[in-house]
Design a binder for this molecule. Structure first.
Ligand SMILES: Cc1ncc(COP(=O)(O)O)c(C=O)c1O
Length: 358
């Protein structure tokens, strides 16, 4: 605390990211990173951009990342998306931040699930956005009928985090149809691991913004690239905020790397299938150990053991060099969120849990 702080800083409750420890032989299943390397085409594109002496880095990147926005539009060509319907940012966290400021700050409170991505309330605090939480049902699932009331906007992660539960596209469409006057933001950070994208609805609903990231299904968390797809007028609002904040959110390496990654659909398909296969096996193995596991359409699962305290399980795993995520929050403090690792990592996790439970 300091007398030099702006008053706002005193009031902030910042987001606490999952631990990124320096230990080497660690099995890191706490921040939903992908266990597989990114597309070799993305790596090659960045190496070309870097060159032997890095001379390109003298120059600012292209501020609108048009190359990447065109690649996103091409990736979703089946939904007739154009580059002016795409906004990009330094990770989807930045895209989300701009969205809260550009589209979600109105007189009526925004609606969001009581259990969801814990950055949303942080943005509400930062931008002074009034919000009201809507409880998940008893199965920890979103019930869209609960969102049919006056609001200044709605934000939902689909699949939800940290539960991994998926809303079918038909439910998203009900939400849109019931709230034509509100901006509806669907955060699809994990959608490639088992859901249908709401980008299919963008050209029918001018109030829909879909936010996505290359951090999870494209294995590029370290590159920091996220994007939003929506009606061009929503995108214009985001660009106005971005150009009042940082004109160059994507650096030169990120633009070419992300573009090549979006173009490499075969690599995406291969890795997402591998993660989904490992998820099925891990769920079966955890259920055999007595865990209750929520149905997951994400690259993580949300599990609890009826006889064991979740915080103690997380601590015992940590002693064995395996980190998973435990949230000390109401309703979910007996759950663990476990990222789907490689098959070897998942097997090590199951073996460790077996030892701890016996
Ligand atoms: C639901 C959700 N949205 C957005 C993000 C942010 O991802 P990134 O900033 O890496 O794109 C995360 C990260 O874990 C997430 O869980």
């Amino acid at each position: 605390m300091s007398q030099f702080w702006s008053p706002l800083v005193h009031r902030l409750t910042p987001y606490v990211p999952g631990e990124q420890p320096k230990l080497s032989d660690l099995i890191k299943l706490n921040t939903n990173e992908n266990p597989y390397p990114p597309s070799p085409r993305a790596v090659a594109a960045m190496q070309v951009e870097l060159g032997t002496d890095g001379t390109n880095l003298r120059l600012y990147p292209e501020p609108t990342a048009a190359l990447f926005r065109q690649a996103v539009a091409a990736h979703f060509a089946e939904f007739a998306i154009t580059a002016d319907q795409v906004f990009v940012g330094n990770g989807s966290d930045e895209v989300l931040a701009h969205t809260f400021m550009a589209l979600l700050k109105h007189q009526a409170p925004i609606l969001l699930p009581d259990i969801s991505y814990s950055f949303y309330p942080v943005y509400c605090g930062l931008y002074d956005v009034d919000s009201s939480t809507v409880p998940l049902d008893e199965k920890l699932e979103i019930r869209v009928a609960d969102y049919h009331r006056k609001n200044g906007g709605i934000i939902i992660a689909n699949p939800n985090a940290p539960t991994g539960c998926l809303l079918p596209l038909a439910d998203i469409e009900c939400l849109l149809a019931a709230n034509p006057q509100s901006p509806i933001v669907i955060d699809e950070a994990y959608i490639d691991f088992g859901g249908a994208t709401a980008i299919a609805l963008v050209n029918r609903y001018p109030n829909l913004l879909v936010i996505r990231t290359l951090s999870k299904s494209h294995s590029l968390a370290g590159l920091r690239v996220g994007y939003a797809v929506g009606n061009a007028s929503l995108i214009e609002a985001l660009v106005r905020i971005k150009d009042s904040f940082n004109s160059y959110p994507l650096d030169r390496l990120a633009i070419v790397g992300a573009t090549a990654a979006m173009d490499d659909k075969a690599h995406l398909e291969q890795t997402r299938q591998a993660v989904m296969r490992s998820r099925t096996t891990l769920i079966q193995n955890l259920q055999a150990l007595g865990f209750d596991v929520l149905p997951s359409a994400a690259n993580f699962i949300f599990a609890c053991h009826p006889q064991r305290d979740a915080a103690q399980l997380a601590a015992a795993l940590r002693q064995r060099n395996i980190i998973v995520r435990h949230f000390k929050l109401p309703r979910i403090d007996q759950h663990l969120r476990i990222t789907i690792g490689s098959d070897a990592q998942c097997q090590a996790l199951v073996a460790a849990l077996q030892a701890i439970l016996n």
